[in-house]
Design a protein around this ligand. Structure first.
Ligand code: SF4
Ligand code: SF4
Length: 295
């Protein structure tokens, strides 16, 4: 696949694998986690974001819209033509998501070769769920491999097993998300069962020797001792896991929900304290795991 849809390319990233990296965010995800800080990553289509605080009420967007979608936001008539974005002089309307070719993305990644070489960095493919665009992702990974650029894949693990194994050899480092062990809770808070995620991780750990598991710590969702112990027990049973990163919940993406006109379901939640993170770290270490806060 020569083309795909992305919503961002972040340069000089230092939290998505070793060294200095370029992170490419592919658009579209089969999950919708309540705490997702990139809600614009979830739809597989482009979307229009509305920044209320930048709007001066001039009405230019209304005049430019061919379908009346702005007048009645609930009528689903937006055809993503982008006319309102062009008409808006204050930047209050933004089109998120763009179609790009593999060679465009590779050229962008190549611009920072010198930083990767000096820092031991490379390219990280994130999302959304990047494996959902398997053809595009595979071509990007191949492009990096041909240029000897280190690759990392940040994945939910919710994907077809064959897809995951089609690309496993092209991925130098897996950043594999583990969210909740209790399947009912997983279904409630992410929209999908965790069966496939756990099974894929089990099989991947049999054949890949560079997997880092990332656990978002979400207050009252997965931060109780029994949740942590269940994760520790499961990870311990896997063959090859290099490290576990625990990532404290933060609500920096909350405003984006407003801009997309989506309800934020975790509005009362507060980030876990340092002590709480330290407690969870120690609890996981009891399973003999290498654990780091952040990552
Ligand atoms: S993208 Fe086009 S159809 Fe959608 S709201 Fe803007 S002008 Fe209207
Ligand atoms: S064109 Fe921009 S500033 Fe004017 S009403 Fe529309 S969103 Fe607001």
């Amino acid at each position: 696949m020569d083309q795909g849809i992305i919503f961002d390319i972040q340069k000089y990233s230092i939290h998505d694998g070793p060294g200095i990296r370029t992170t490419i965010f592919l658009k579209g995800c089969p999950l919708n986690c309540w705490w997702c800080h990139n809600p614009e990553s979830q739809s597989f289509n482009k979307e229009v974001l509305f920044w209320e605080d930048r709007c001066i009420g001039c009405g230019d967007c209304l005049k430019a819209c061919p379908t009346g979608a702005i007048e009645k936001e609930s009528n689903n008539k937006c055809i993503l033509c982008g006319n309102c974005v062009k008409a808006c002089s204050t930047g209050a309307r933004e089109l998120v998501g763009r179609r790009v070719t593999v060679s465009e993305v590779i050229k962008d990644i190549e611009k920072d070769l010198i930083f990767y070489d000096q820092s031991g960095g490379g390219a990280t493919f994130s999302g959304g769920e990047a494996v959902s665009q398997i053809g595009f992702l595979k071509s990007l990974l191949k492009g990096c491999r041909e240029r000897e650029i280190h690759t990392a894949l940040d994945t939910t693990g919710f994907c077809d097993r064959e897809y995951l194994f089609q690309i496993a050899d092209l991925v130098d480092l897996f950043l594999y998300d583990l969210k909740i062990m209790d399947d009912h809770k997983h279904l409630k808070y992410t929209g999908v069962s965790n069966n496939r995620i756990l099974q894929n991780l089990r099989e991947l750990s049999l054949c890949h020797d560079n997997i880092v598991i990332r656990i978002p710590i979400i207050p009252d969702v997965n931060d109780h001792d029994n949740d942590i112990d269940a994760m520790g027990k499961f990870i311990k049973s896997l063959l090859n896991v290099r490290e576990v990163n625990i990532l404290p919940y933060h609500n920096t993406g909350m405003d984006k929900y407003k801009r997309l006109n989506i309800e934020y379901l975790l509005s009362g939640a507060t980030p876990p304290s340092k002590d709480k993170m330290e407690h969870i770290k120690k609890r996981l270490e009891r399973f003999g795991l290498q654990v780091q806060v952040g990552g």
